[in-house]
Structures are given as C-alpha cells and as structure tokens.
Write a protein that binds this ligand. Structure first.
Ligand code: SAM
Length: 194
C-alpha cells in the first residue's frame, strides 16, 4: 500500500482503508479543513451501509470548513452520518459514550490556511490518546500524524512516541512511519489494539 504514495497522509488513508469496515463508527479528532473527515466518511459508508464519523475541532472555522467540504462532496444522506462537535479531543469520551469505535484519527498541528498560533499541544494530545485507547474496540486503530516543521512539533512527536512506546505489548502494537528521504515530512504513529 506504500507504492506510489508521496505523502504521509496518503499512507495513513491506505492503512485506514485496510482496517475500517462499512458501517463502522470512527472519530476524526482534528477536523481541520475536513479532508480526513471526508475520507473517513467514504470508508464507513456506501449504498447499503451507514457508518458514523464523529468529528471535532476546537475552532469554529475548522468545523465550518469541514461542513463546506462535505456539502460540495457528498449528498445530504451521507452528510447526516457525520456529527461535528466544537470540542477539545481530550473530551472525546463525552460524545461517543458506549459506541464501539474502529478508528481514531489525529492530524496534529495547526489549521492549514488558518491561525498558526492555535495548534495541538502535548498535554491535551496525551489526554486525548488516553481517551482514544478507552473508546477503541478490539481490532481498532489510533492513527496520529505528527508535523515536526513548526516550533513545538518535535516535542509533540516525542510525547506521542513516549505514549505509544509505553503501551503493553500484550494488548497493543505501536508502529512508526517516517520518510527517510523527506526528513521534514510528518511522522505517522500507528497504535493497533489487539
Ligand atoms: N485533519 C485535517 C484535514 O484533513 O484537513 C487537518 C487537521 S489540522 C493539521 C489540525 C487541527 O487540529 C486544527 O484545525 C486545530 O484547530 C485542531 N486542534 C488543535 N487543538 C485541538 C484540540 N485540543 N482538540 C481538537 N482539535 C484541535
């Protein structure tokens, strides 16, 4: 699934496709401009199956951008499968409650085209990763795209790596993708629940 992929996000989407089944419930923990939300929606739903995408972001601008992208990309019935929340992802347990979740996607950093001073931080990212572990079903995946080019990016990567490394191997498999010939490319951390 890596052949021909130039971007870490393309690699991430390929991995998601291999895990997600139609009808699943998934979470986009950082909606941003909505590209991941849209990709997740196409993975959980088709003509016969209605999955669900819970999406969240702390910025109204991001939620508006996500809604606009969905509006021009999919019909109303599909759009109804996406539930958007203006919420910090550390609170993600509040919205999914008892629903089994197949995948939680994080795309860290700031909103592309938006205010670069509003960005994810290690403290809330770690709290969100703990919450994601709790809501994830067996066979599920936490996918974390970490950008290292901006100030604080490498600290956040270290925090995510530390979290993923400490998980007990009996229950979790943690993997990291790094593009060696693109040293400033984002790093993809994948955490699989057995
Ligand atoms: N997934 C997006 C896409 O496909 O366009 C890109 C996400 S962008 C790199 C990161 C987003 O995380 C920003 O929109 C930012 O507002 C959001 N964010 C920052 N801190 C957050 C938090 N604590 N909880 C939820 N979202 C947060």
């Amino acid at each position: 699934f890596i052949t021909g992929k130039k971007k870490a996000t393309e690699v991430a989407h390929s991995v998601w496709k291999s895990i997600i089944q139609k009808g699943d419930t998934v979470i986009d923990a950082t909606c941003g401009n909505g590209y991941d939300t849209l990709a997740l929606l196409t993975m959980v739903s088709d003509e016969s199956y209605n999955g669900c995408v819970f999406g969240m972001d702390i910025q109204q601008e991001a939620l508006d951008n996500t809604s606009s992208l969905l509006e021009i990309s999919v019909d109303e019935n599909k759009r109804k499968l996406v539930k958007l929340f203006k919420l910090c992802h550390s609170k993600l347990e509040d919205i999914v409650q008892e629903t089994p979740v197949r995948l939680v996607a994080f795309n860290l950093g700031y909103l592309p085209g938006g205010d670069k001073t509003i960005l994810t931080s290690p403290r809330t990212t770690l709290a969100a990763l703990h919450a994601a572990c709790k809501v994830l079903q067996s066979g599920g995946l936490i996918s974390v795209m970490v950008y290292i080019g901006h100030p604080g990016g490498r600290d956040e990567l270290e925090a995510v790596q530390g979290f993923a490394s400490d998980l007990p191997v009996e229950a979790w498999t943690s993997i990291e993708f790094e593009m060696l010939n693109r040293p400033t490319a984002p790093v993809l951390v994948l955490i699989f629940k057995k």
